[in-house]
Structure formats: structure tokens, C-alpha cells
Design a protein. Sequence first.
Length: 250
Amino acid sequence: MSVESQTELHGEIERLRAALSEREREAASKERQLERYAADLRETFKRERERAQELRRSYRETVRALSNAVEARDAYTGKHAERVTAYGMEIARRLGDELGEMPELEFGFLLHDIGKVAIPDSILYKPGPLTDEERALMAQHPMIGAQIVRGIEFLASAVEVVRSHHERWDGGGYPDGLAAEQIPLAARVFAVADVLDALTTDRPYRPASPITVARQMITQESGTQFDPRVVEAFNSIDDATFEGIAAAIE
Ligand SMILES: [Fe+2]
């Protein structure tokens, strides 16, 4: 090889080396840029998640405040809504993924009786039996509640529980006389939790029953008042769990 050719070849190799190291620099700089993007994305995602959690917390606080306002009128029930909610969430968990961990479920349970804000005190606290007319008015509280809640976007699926919490599996409930699977599952779960709490707390006209007795009474109504599958889920939870839930709320 001539000296000229060698020099030319050497020059070519040098150029290629220079081009290669330039490419390497570009690649390294691109990689750093990508890493920065990834870090920014992670940070944005984290902030979004925190914001969503904060929003969820304030929703929950608002719903609790609303639920407490409804309950404050009724001296006898005390923390009924909170206990029913906790019982209902426990039963819902036993039913598996169908209801999942949806927060709207909790909101629906907490607000089930919100329609009672429209029922006059004279009816709500009447010591004696209600007249037919008063009973008819009282029976409107699920519809009124559903109307109140309907316009609030984050409570959209809570409407089901509010509207259907007095339906019965055999179709004998109100306001729509729905039966069996026609009743939203969340409302079927609520019905069991509601009666459990009613039976296991003192009322002016009778003392509280132990959970074992309440369990027998609920099981007897499986297939009539209650969805058998929900009763089964309820019966898979032991007394101690319910007692623990109630004790934590008092
Ligand atoms: Fe109710």
C-alpha cells in the first residue's frame, strides 16, 4: 500500500471514530433526556394519585357529614349508618369481586336514609303507630333520597342503594316492588346489614338481641326477605368479627 493510501485510510478511520463518538454522545444525551422524562412522568403520576386520594378523602368526609346530619335527628339509632356501612362492606367483601372495593358502595350505605330529611318530625318521631297516610309519606323516603343524590356525579352508583334499600327478595318491598336479581346487589347486601344492626341494638320498645339470635332470624328470612347468596356470605363471617366492628365504632 502506498504512503498516500495509508494516510488516506488512516484519515478515514479517524473520521469514522469521530462520527462514532459523536453518535455515542448523542445517544447518551437522548438517554439522559428519556430518563428525565420518565422521572417527570413518575412525579406527575405520584402527584395525580395523591390528588385523587385527597379528593376521595374529602368526598368521604362530606358524605359522613351528610350522613351524620341525617342521623342527628334520630336519637335512637345513634351510629346506625356507620355500623350498617361497616357490616355491609364486610359482607360485600365475602361476595368476592362483584361489588369490589367500590367507594360508592360505602357512600350508598352511609346515605341510605338521606330521604328522611323530607319527612316531618311529627311522623319520624311519632310514638304510636302511623296512619295509612303517614305510612305512605314515610315510604317515599327512598325515592326522595334517590332524587337528592341523583344530581351528584361522584354518588352516581350510590343511588341504587338509596332507592332500593327497602326492597325484599320476594318482591314485597318498596318503592318499586322489585324481586330477586332485579334488586341491585348492593341494596340486597344492605338489607341484611340493616336488619343485623336493628336487631343487635337497643330500641325503645325492646332490648338488643345477641348476634347469634339475630343470625337465626336473618337466616330464617333467607329467600323471603333476603337474597340467599347474601345470607350465605353473611353467615361465613363469625360473631367476633361483627362484635369487633361494632366495638370499633362506639
Ligand atoms: Fe330507610
